[in-house]
Design a protein around this ligand. Structure first.
Ligand code: NAD
Length: 359
């Protein structure tokens, strides 16, 4: 078992191991006294892991109920959230009860908003089951649901009491979802840690074959990078925005493709574009840009988005909530392992790299 301790407004552990779900109840009991626990999970994960988690929580003294929503990003909205809040009310959940987010980033983000808002805030824990949620979304307390065409527009910062990661859950994860999570892993290395970038490049075969020790090390390392960034800037007033590397154009593509591409796939698209803007500004070399793009390719993160025009993509970035004082808050790469916030990226610069990528 490996662990990372996150210290923000609250201190909590991220526990990382294999074969842990049967022991979830005992681990939760160490941070939350037995109470009523509402598991929030999706229509896929419920058949895979809900029974084990329910049994373990029940054995530890928790009384358990479960809310299930249809799997996928399309469920991450205020309608599902409203059903979830109604469910919590009908179950007569009180302020001393808790929510267990069991699933990927969608379950975690939505359960998190419910935990942040129901009765002005109740405890929640995260049991993430996708690579993306294990290395990124379950840590740091950002919760949210999509609203109109905006990603994560409604939400709050609300830290979990525990993040409980069982890497074995990745064995049932479809390959496309697994490699999509690699976009966030590669992003972590690019913005913060050159040595980690080299480690990912040198271990890509073990990562692709889901070698257990490699996965444990990779997830621990990514969780630790997320921890550092979140601790330095818990409410995204500065450095935490670096985690949005690849997200400005990535979110625009994700929205315009009507969520037919996965979140991580769009982050990879956005990272490539942001890289090329950085290259065009002379911040990183052509060789480094090619090498990084080849790493995304190695994980099949090379999705096409040809049916979109550069004009529509640029237009969509304008409504992005990351607009700061009329400027888009773009994240660029100074070098591998160091990113910076830039408010001056012009439409022309975006157009140039979009035309290159869509060629
Ligand atoms: P997801 O939750 O939709 O999960 C992807 C798919 O995998 C779903 O169909 C799910 O049912 C299935 N699944 C989950 N675990 C499984 C398992 N172990 N075996 C088999 N199938 C499994 O998507 P995601 O990629 O985990 O998360 C994407 C979401 O995370 C987006 O909404 C994004 O905005 C959000 N996000 C949030 C943050 C944050 O800081 N809060 C950070 C990054 C991303």
């Amino acid at each position: 078992m490996r662990s990372v301790t996150v210290k923000t407004s609250a201190t909590y552990e991220v526990l990382i191991g294999s074969g842990l779900l049967q022991k979830a109840g005992e681990a939760v009991k160490k941070v939350i006294s037995p109470c009523k626990a509402a598991i929030v999970t999706d229509s896929t994960v419920v058949h895979l892991y809900e029974e084990t988690v329910r049994k373990s929580l029940t054995e530890a003294g928790f009384s358990v109920c479960t809310f299930v929503f249809p799997a996928g990003e399309a469920s991450k909205n205020i309608h599902t959230l409203s059903h979830l809040l109604e469910f919590l009310a009908k179950e007569e959940m009180t302020r001393t009860d808790m929510i267990v987010a069991l699933g990927g980033g969608v379950a975690g983000d939505m359960a998190g908003v419910a935990a942040a808002t129901y009765l002005r805030g109740i405890d929640f824990i995260q049991i993430p089951t996708t690579l993306l949620s294990q290395v990124d979304s379950s840590i740091g307390g950002k919760t949210g649901v999509d609203f109109i065409q905006y990603k994560n527009m409604i939400g709050a910062f609300h830290q979990p009491k525990l993040v409980y990661i069982n890497v074995n859950t990745l064995k049932s994860l479809p390959e496309r979802e697994y490699v999509s999570g690699m976009a966030e892993v590669i992003k972590h290395s690019l913005i913060k840690d050159q040595a980690y970038y080299c480690w990912i490049r040198d271990h890509k075969d073990q990562i692709l074959s889901k070698d257990p020790d490699t996965m444990l090390e990779m997830i621990r390392k990514s969780c630790d990078i997320k921890r550092q960034v979140v601790e330095a800037d818990p409410k995204e007033q500065g450095e935490r925005a670096l985690l949005n590397f690849g997200h400005t154009l990535g979110h625009a593509v994700e929205t315009l493709m009507d969520f037919s591409l996965l979140h991580g796939e769009c982050v990879a698209i956005g990272c490539r574009l942001a890289l090329k803007i950085s290259r065009n500004r002379g911040m990183i070399s052509e060789k480094e840009t090619e090498e990084i793009c080849a790493l995304f390719d190695a994980f099949s993160l090379d999705q096409r988005f040809d049916r979109l025009t550069p004009e529509r993509i640029i237009e969509t970035t304008k409504s992005d909530k990351k607009m700061a004082g009329g400027h888009i808050r773009f994240i660029l790469l100074k070098r591998i392992g160091e990113a910076c916030i830039d408010l001056t990226v012009s439409d022309e610069e975006m157009m140039e790299v979009l035309e290159e990528e869509l060629r």
